[in-house]
Write a protein that binds this ligand. Structure first.
Ligand SMILES: C[S@@+](CC[C@H](N)C(=O)[O-])C[C@H]1O[C@@H](n2cnc3c(N)ncnc32)[C@H](O)[C@@H]1O
Length: 258
């Protein structure tokens, strides 16, 4: 396992242009949709909602909506979910069209200080590694203090295979992007003529791998929270054998996860 390095990601920089951040999180969302990387998570989330007695999800670090928006109708159809609120430190309200039960909160929501009026299972999909250790612990502490369960999903990992895979996915996105999302002149310029977005995606992918937390590190953060417990697992996906890790914090040991 490589040592953890919290190098910067462009999308975390306050002065990074919102339009560029949007292009990158749009791309991530579209690649996740194309590869079906998180399709397996429906039964897990159904179980966590049932076990925690929640019928709402608050997605933190949602970017352009990510996988949870695609899973939303399936979770509703499974009878487990009534509503989903998307939140981000840098909200991208253009990313979704609100529909019954689904909305994007227009406030800037820091995952470590979620407003008291947002309740439900907190989900962080590919966003927990954006938090340096103190902030990551604060994210867990906030959920624990407010009695809210929290699920972390991470597609990347701190190993060379994940790094190579993240570069391969950026290249795949570079080739496929016109087929995945609405393509305008600006996109064509930034994707192909001066391929700024693909280069940024390679950087973000590799750095994301180095920022991921291991199970042991997550466990040590949870251990600092009185009475908190957690469970975790790894799911091997069909798409390039990616190993997606999940961590679940609920503050009580009453789930039946296997
Ligand atoms: C890699 S993107 C993941 C987007 C989406 N969840 C997905 O899987 O497609 C990470 C997101 O985390 C957000 N983020 C970073 N730090 C945050 C914080 N402290 N609180 C809330 N969101 C944060 C970023 O703005 C970005 O949209």
């Amino acid at each position: 396992m490589l040592p953890r390095l919290h190098l910067f990601e462009f999308m975390d920089l306050e002065f990074f242009p919102a339009s560029m951040r949007r292009r990158m999180t749009d791309c991530l969302r579209d690649v996740e949709a194309f590869t079906g990387l998180f399709n397996w998570a429906v039964p897990l989330i159904v179980e966590l909602l049932g076990a925690s007695g929640r019928r709402s999800i608050v997605d933190l670090g949602t970017g352009s909506g990510g996988p949870i928006v695609r899973l939303f109708p399936k979770l509703v159809a499974a009878g487990a979910l009534d509503d989903l609120v998307l939140t981000d430190l840098y909200p991208n309200l253009e990313a979704i069209v609100a529909q019954p039960g689904l909305r994007y909160d227009p406030r800037s929501v820091d995952a470590s200080a979620v407003p008291n009026d947002l309740h439900g299972l907190r989900v962080l999909c590919n966003s927990f590694h954006h938090m340096p250790p103190d902030l990551a612990r604060a994210v867990l502490a906030d959920a624990h203090a407010k009695g809210e369960p929290l699920l972390v999903l991470e597609a990347l990992n701190r190993d060379p295979f994940a790094m190579v895979a993240s570069v391969a996915v950026a290249v795949m996105a570079w080739i496929l992007m016109p087929f995945l999302q609405r393509f305008d002149v600006g996109s064509a310029l930034l994707w192909w003529l001066v391929p700024v977005v693909p280069v940024l995606l390679v950087w973000e992918g590799v750095v994301s791998c180095l920022r991921c937390y291991t199970r042991g590190e997550f466990g040590r953060m949870v251990a600092t929270l009185p009475g908190a417990t957690y469970e975790s697992g790894i799911v091997q996906t069909v798409f390039i054998g990616a190993r997606i890790r999940w961590f679940y914090l609920n503050g009580s040991a009453n789930t039946r996860l296997t």
